[in-house]
Design a protein around this ligand. Structure first.
Ligand SMILES: C[S@@+](CC[C@H](N)C(=O)[O-])C[C@H]1O[C@@H](n2cnc3c(N)ncnc32)[C@H](O)[C@@H]1O
Length: 179
């Protein structure tokens, strides 16, 4: 069975997430999370008791935009204007936006796989040949995450635009920037 690296690398470690969540809940301010990534901090903050409507996430990447647009009640996946131009990857058997989101996530995964060595080649082949099963698994993971963070605000924004906007506001701010 296909086993690949996680789709998203660079998550804030568990201990730091728990520490952050406690602080965020006790400070009771609107929480701005730039570079939201896979929303691991948002997820743990909500679990700790921070209301989702008090959370303002942002990121520039397509991966995060898909999750954020599914979780933000004011956004629609359609607004992302995603088009799949490769006929081989044309979505089939899509029943709703979660299926489509999972399909796009898998394409991102496929494109992360190295095309310059045999391991990458075989992993790509295996993913392509088990696409429906992998898409279903991806859909289930995505659905759980989106349910956990449903109700947040999300926008596509550069951290360098968010920082000046909120720096004079009475809010909490956290970003785990790319390294
Ligand atoms: C290390 S990850 C964030 C991890 C996340 N905080 C977590 O703990 O799950 C970095 C994220 O920063 C985003 N990013 C990179 N440059 C950015 C920028 N200039 N403005 C906003 N987001 C950016 C990437 O798309 C990626 O999702």
């Amino acid at each position: 069975m296909i086993y690949t690296d996680p789709l998203f690398l660079g998550v804030t470690p568990t201990g730091a997430r728990t520490y952050l969540a406690d602080k965020l809940v006790s400070l009771e301010k609107p929480f701005f999370n730039a570079c939201a990534g896979r929303f691991s901090v948002v997820e743990v903050a909500i679990k700790a008791g921070l209301p989702p409507e008090n959370i303002y996430a942002s990121d520039l990447g397509l991966f995060s935009s898909i999750i954020g647009f599914l979780a933000d009640p004011a956004k629609k996946m359609d607004d992302l204007g995603i088009r799949i131009l490769d006929a081989v990857l044309e979505p089939k058997g899509i029943t709703d936006e979660l299926d489509f989101a999972a399909h796009v996530m898998l394409i991102l995964k496929l494109n992360q796989m190295k095309q310059t060595n045999l391991r990458g080649f075989y992993l790509r082949e295996e993913l392509l040949s088990s696409w429906s099963r992998c898409r279903q698994t991806m859909r289930e993971q995505l659905e759980t995450l989106v349910q956990n963070i449903a109700g947040i605000h999300h926008e596509i924004a550069d951290i360098w635009d968010v920082v000046p906007r909120v720096s004079q506001e009475d809010v909490t701010f956290y970003a785990s920037v790319p390294h």
